[in-house]
Design a binder for this molecule. Structure first.
Ligand code: PRX
Length: 647
């Protein structure tokens, strides 16, 4: 990206933390934040040793950080177990009988699990894993709805040192197959089906299709959730509930090295192949423990609800590990926000007395559209703190969230982070940092964030540039699974020794960060990262398609919508039914979220003389703008005229 990133947003409103909130807060003033931040940057060893010291270690670390660019080892020499920190460590006192998970299924079924019950369930299921010959270091795919068993399966893996890779329940069989192949998984944990807007998603059927023709998978453990008919492959598939009959609840935890892999989570990058982001144990746990505690300003009595699906990093860090590591009650909801009616979230908040709500701008925009009447039906006065994550939140949505959901009294933490960063990186601390609608404000402790130009020089206030991180942090990704070179190249090569986030941003005169969005070829659709080239590859794999280019178009509700420009093979005639077919085709190959919102057939795509598709031009065409940018490198100008004409 040669040109500077433009950012036109000027926002003057500032909201200081309310006195009542500050009184009970963990960090009470901007000065205190700055003091702690300074220490975390100048003496990271001291800062992070203190945070890590609040967790349980089987053996203490020898050094806090060993950093050989770009490979970090946090708490090297230390040994610990994640499930012990999320469960066992809370069993000695009153937390033992506190709800660890409050869960509501989409059809309205409910469950509550105390820390003790969850501990027991995790131990039993860990024994099921062992019984099924799953060992330390083995990779296990988890393809489940957002039900307690998803958390149980994740924690059971950690108990025995197995490495989980959760695949979002909306992904297709092909996506599962690719992920199994990439990480060489030996087992899949799934359910017969899951609920979505009243329908049953055939999870087990998708797994069967993914395994068709043979993979590295030896065992499939199936939880009965929806009761739909499924095929059980003898010798490969077993029922979760049957397996439990053979095990007891005693399962000693395996203490693993701090750098032992904890999980792999696939995310979109700018090439066609999803990247297996690798997170390890000690640093990750310390990072999410600490961010959870300070950013959500936790109190013992909190009911905390993060609405993310378990299949995304937010579901890992802030539905499961972050809250449980802190002994916090985490609420999980399986279904859609508008099922059976658009007040489902507000109903849940009222019923469970939710104190902290952490959701995504795309949901907030949908609520605005559905209308305030749905909120008015419910008492939301239990809320004391609101959070946002996943994409930039537009100031008007922020204001609506504050006024309508938070009743004007709840601070909003707009948290910027990524699958790769593992934990929140830029965020207000609600008792300390004044907020501005649309800004993620200031970096969290230990995060040395900066905005730089193409040469890597820091830009001055209010000038757009690339967002980078200049020092390693505990919860950072350690590599792309099985591909160290790609890890180096993608994140650490543009500015040597500095982490490239792939986002554009600016800082205002107060040092506040304003995130503009992705600068690489990655879209953010309803808070989900989608690689344009992944969607292009899916389109091109259709026999009628010659070439495809996918771009994003600003979308009021989803942030960005997917627009595909497609050229077809010589003999193919274009039609509306072909469009439908192509959309379905993308659905099958990637999942429904990646289906193009619009497909435009074109005779040719605009290319540079070197053959590169000029996406910048396509973006302008897609959003109905006249193409204003530089077209001097365009090989054939007439292509553009035709594209714009083809409405
Ligand atoms: O572009 C940023 C956007 O989401 C990207 C990370 O996506 P993913 O790895 O799927 O993780 C999403 C949940 C952490 C970022 O590169 N993003 C995330 N949070 C924000 C955001 N953009 C602006 N403001 C945020 N608060």
């Amino acid at each position: 990206m040669a040109e500077n990133i433009e950012s036109h947003l000027v926002e003057k409103r500032v909201f200081k933390p309310a006195k009542g909130f500050v009184k009970g807060a963990r960090v009470k003033s901007l000065e205190q934040y700055r003091r702690m931040y300074r220490e975390s940057i100048t003496r990271p060893d001291k800062f992070w040793a203190r945070e890590a010291g609040e967790l349980v270690w089987e053996r203490r670390w020898k050094s806090v950080l060993k950093w050989k660019v770009p490979f970090a080892q946090w708490f090297a020499g230390g040994k610990l177990n994640v499930s012990v920190n999320c469960l066992d460590r809370h069993l000695g006192g009153p937390t033992r009988n506190k709800a660890a998970i409050l869960w509501e299924g989409e059809p309205g079924d409910k469950r509550a699990l105390t820390f003790q019950q969850l501990h027991r369930d995790v131990c039993r299921f860990a024994n099921v894993l062992k019984r099924n010959k799953i060992r330390k270091g083995d990779r296990v795919i988890i393809y489940l709805p957002t039900i307690p068993e998803a958390a149980i399966a994740m924690l059971a893996c950690t108990r025995i040192g197995a490495v989980h890779s959760v695949v979002f329940g909306g992904f297709s069989a092909d996506s599962i197959r690719d992920r199994i192949a990439d990480c060489g998984a030996v087992a899949v944990i799934t359910a017969d089906g899951g609920y979505r807007r009243g329908a049953i998603v055939p999870l087990k059927k998708n797994v069967d299709d993914a395994l068709h023709g043979g993979t590295s998978i030896k065992r499939v453990i199936v939880f009965r959730r929806a009761g739909n008919d499924i095929h059980i492959e003898e010798g490969r598939d077993v029922w979760w509930h049957r397996e439990l009959e053979y095990v007891d609840a005693h399962c000693p935890a395996v203490a693993v090295d701090s750098e032992h892999p904890l999980y792999i989570l696939y995310t979109s990058g700018s090439t066609g192949k999803p990247k297996g982001i690798l997170h390890t144990t000690g640093g990750y746990l310390v990072g999410i423990y600490s961010t959870m505690k300070y950013v959500f300003d936790l109190r013992d009595e909190d009911v905390y609800w993060c609405t993310a699906d378990i299949g995304w990093v937010t579901g890992h860090s802030y539905v499961v590990y972050g809250p449980l590591a802190n002994g916090t009650t985490t609420l999980m909801y399986e279904g859609a926000p508008n099922w059976p009616e658009p007040d489902r979230f507000w109903r849940i908040i009222e019923e469970y007395g939710v104190n902290i709500l952490y959701t995504a701008p795309t949901a907030i925009r949908a609520f605005i559209r559905w209308g305030d009447q749905w909120l008015k039906k419910h008492d939301l006065s239990s809320l004391r703190l609101l959070g946002s994550v996943g994409e930039p939140i537009n100031p008007e949505a922020w204001m609506w969230y504050r006024d309508k959901v938070g009743g004007g009294r709840c601070p909003i933490v707009d948290t910027w982070w990524q699958t790769e960063t593992g934990a929140i990186m830029i965020t207000p601390l609600p008792g300390a940092i004044p907020t501005k609608p649309g800004s993620a404000t200031l970096p969290f402790f230990g995060v040395d964030a900066a905005v730089v130009d193409e040469k890597g020089n820091e830009v001055s206030a209010n000038v757009g540039g690339r967002l980078i991180i200049r020092q390693p942090w505990p919860s950072m990704l350690r590599s792309i699974y099985g591909d160290k070179e790609r890890y180096k190249k993608q994140y650490w090569s543009e500015f040597k020794g500095r982490y490239l986030t792939g986002d554009g941003a600016r800082r205002d005169k107060d040092g506040y960060f304003w995130i503009v969005g992705r600068i690489d070829d990655v879209l953010n659709v309803a808070g989900h990262r989608l690689g344009t080239s992944e969607i292009e590859s899916a389109l091109v794999s259709h026999p009628s398609v010659a070439e495809a280019a996918v771009v994003g178009r600003p979308d009021e509700l989803k942030g960005q919508s997917v627009v595909a420009f497609v050229t077809v093979k010589g003999s193919v005639t274009v039609s509306t039914s072909l469009k439908t077919e192509l959309r379905e085709h993308v659905g099958i190959h990637i999942g429904a979220i990646a289906k193009p919102d619009e497909i435009r057939f074109a005779e040719a795509l605009p290319k540079t003389r070197s053959g590169k598709i000029m996406r910048r031009l396509l973006k302008e065409v897609a959003s109905g703008k006249t193409v204003t940018g530089d077209t001097t490198t365009l090989e054939d100008l007439s292509v553009l005229a035709k594209l714009s004409a083809e409405e």
